[in-house]
Ligand binder design. Structure first.
Ligand SMILES: Cc1cc2nc3c(=O)[nH]c(=O)nc-3n(C[C@H](O)[C@H](O)[C@H](O)COP(=O)(O)OP(=O)(O)OC[C@H]3O[C@@H](n4cnc5c(N)ncnc54)[C@H](O)[C@@H]3O)c2cc1C
Length: 550
């Protein structure tokens, strides 16, 4: 601390570490109150609850107002409000080995002062897309208009306020396309869509509710049915996830190639048919389908075909006082420049000094080796919900967050139930996991493109999990305690359960086989097979439940 500076206020923890009925109750501080942070808080309250199911979504892809209302209602109704500290910016955390706590320094933005909280467990849930990737623009100081990033949209900048203005939207990723599809359909906005490269676009599957959005209405009748039988909502979710997982197939570089070529032909022709004349021979990407996230077009084609608008390929080279300069030396007039240039996903959001390591020792997220995208060696009791290689390319991030929240909850419940004050993932386990992920990544099409998924734009892919969600769930369904220092007792119990499980499986298999034989194998094998398989699944799932394997 500099000489003369006011020392930070030291506050009691939200919930002090306690001993209750001789159980250690760890105090937990979660940084970030987005979907991930709230899901984890709910899980911890319920110790195991996942899959928030809302039967009342008005459409398949509701807009931000409805999503925000839903989460705000959850915070209010589930008793999280008094434990929430809004307007606090995380600054740093230091592990105190003598007390097994992190001293966490935050800046209270309302009172403009530093405060320190102590906690046994620290969780980073600050999101992968919180910080904009703000590219430096030569000439910005002299630019007479306004430059905004999609992630920092000014609250007072409505579509109406942009009428009779020249707007240049830079970027054609998921955010850019939604902005283009909204601003570009207003005939009084003159929009130029500038993009440095192509994208694979998919048709929006709208149900007619809003002209171009990829969303379909959920009728009141459907919502009432789902509210009456929540299992249907759950089923719908599983089907959605299964369909999304099935699309992962295109991302396997070799085995998915044939299917990929076919879809590339079909979607390529669909895109060419919708492209404006100047883009027809340029619009189809030269990288494989799904090597980047495909994009629901959300009104993009309608917008760039409007007579007042234009779409061009090129890079923004800088700004003149009245426009955008491209790398082709073209000047595009601009009153407002919207940067949809992605997110700073590769830098380290949280400065954490652990027992034997610190995030300060690394240049960026791409250098860190997170075990299962969640835990870091050298940093006991520290978990993150957006460590490397955990996002998915083809499915819902919400599902990913639920998987992580469930994993972290299991770890904390085990600490509580077994009086473990400190758990730390082993370096060797983290390295082995990282090697496995790196090898799997090589099997996908992703190494064929460069983007902000990579460290510095072209280094190691550090954001994405190389497999479908179902595999990710399986990989993270329960912690492997042998990988944790401090988890030795749990590891022994896990080993015994595994042996028991294998034995019971063997016995079950033998009895099942005998039953099959008695049913008249081989001629009635087919009819008896279904019955036996069903019986076996029942036995196995009962055993798994009793052994708390799930
Ligand atoms: C434009 C856009 C569209 C998306 N669409 C989808 C979609 O359709 N489906 C989907 O599944 N995912 C989508 N995503 C991904 C989306 O990021 C996640 O689904 C979800 O928001 C992630 O939740 P989170 O809690 O991890 O992060 P966030 O929702 O980003 O929450 C992180 C929180 O941490 C806070 N925070 C960050 N840094 C600090 C700090 N230093 N101190 C204190 N607090 C901090 C932030 O203010 C924020 O409140 C989209 C993302 C973007 C940007």
């Amino acid at each position: 601390m500099p000489d003369g500076a006011t020392p930070p206020t030291r506050l009691p923890p939200f919930t002090a570490a306690q001993t209750l009925n001789s159980k250690f109750i760890p105090s937990v501080l979660i940084v970030g109150a987005g979907i991930g942070g709230i899901t984890l808080a709910l899980d911890l309250d319920e110790a195991g609850l996942t899959n928030w199911i809302n039967s009342q979504w008005t459409e398949t892809h509701p807009d931000h107002r409805e999503i925000q209302r839903y989460w705000a209602d959850i915070v209010r109704t589930q008793g999280l409000t008094n434990r929430l500290r809004l307007q606090h910016d995380y600054i740093k955390a230091e592990w105190d080995a003598a007390q097994n706590v992190y001293h966490v320094t935050l800046r209270d933005l309302v009172n403009d002062k530093e405060v320190v909280y102590d906690c046994n467990v620290l969780v980073c849930a600050t999101g992968a897309f919180s910080e904009p990737n703000r590219i430096p623009l030569e000439g910005e100081d002299a630019f007479e208009g306004k430059v905004v990033h999609a992630a920092r949209w000014p609250r007072d900048m409505s579509v109406e306020s942009l009428r009779d203005k020249n707007v240049v939207v830079v970027g054609n990723g998921c955010s850019g396309v939604q902005i283009i599809g909204t601003l570009g359909l207003d005939p009084r906005i003159k929009m130029t869509a500038l993009a440095r490269g192509q994208q694979w676009f998919m048709p929006s599957s709208n149900g007619g509710i809003k002209a171009s959005r990829n969303s379909a209405p959920n009728s009141e009748q459907l919502r009432a049915i789902r509210a009456r039988w929540p299992i249907l909502q759950r089923l719908h979710r599983w089907i959605f996830l299964a369909l999304a997982d099935q699309r992962f197939y295109y991302q396997w570089a070799k085995s998915g190639e044939k299917a990929r070529k076919k879809i590339e032909r079909d979607i390529g022709a669909w895109m060419v048919a919708r492209a404006p004349p100047n883009l027809k021979d340029k619009i189809v990407p030269n990288f494989p389908f799904q090597a980047k996230r495909y994009i629901f077009e959300d009104g993009y084609f309608a917008a760039i075909n409007q007579p007042q608008n234009r779409a061009v390929y090129g890079r923004i080279a800088g700004l003149t006082p009245t426009g955008v300069l491209t790398d082709d030396n073209e000047e595009i007039p601009a009153d407002v420049v919207v940067l949809s240039t992605g997110y700073a996903a590769d830098h380290i959001d949280m400065q954490v000094d652990g027992e034997n390591d610190s995030t300060r020792n690394y240049d960026g997220k791409g250098d860190l080796v997170y075990y299962h995208g969640i835990a870091l060696p050298g940093m006991p009791n520290y978990y993150t919900m957006m460590g490397n290689n955990f996002l998915v390319n083809h499915s819902s991030v919400t599902e990913v967050l639920e998987i992580q929240a469930s994993y972290i909850t299991q770890v904390l419940v085990a600490m509580r139930d077994n009086n473990i004050p400190k758990l730390e993932v082993k370096k060797a386990a983290a390295k082995a996991y990282d090697n496995h992920i790196a090898a799997q990544l090589e099997l996908t099409t992703w190494p064929l493109v460069n983007n902000y998924w990579r460290k510095g734009g072209s280094g190691r892919i550090f954001t994405h999990y190389p497999g479908p969600i179902s595999q990710q769930w399986w990989d993270n369904a329960w912690p492997v305690w042998a990988d944790y220092t401090g988890g030795e007792k749990l590891a022994r119990r896990q080993k015994i359960r595994k042996i028991l499980f294998a034995l019971l499986l063997l016995v079950g298999g033998t009895v099942g086989g005998a039953k099959l034989w008695a049913a008249g194998a081989p001629q009635s094998l087919v009819s008896a097979g279904g019955e036996v398989a069903q019986w076996l699944v029942g036995v196995v799932s009962q055993i798994a439940q009793r052994l708390h394997l799930k």
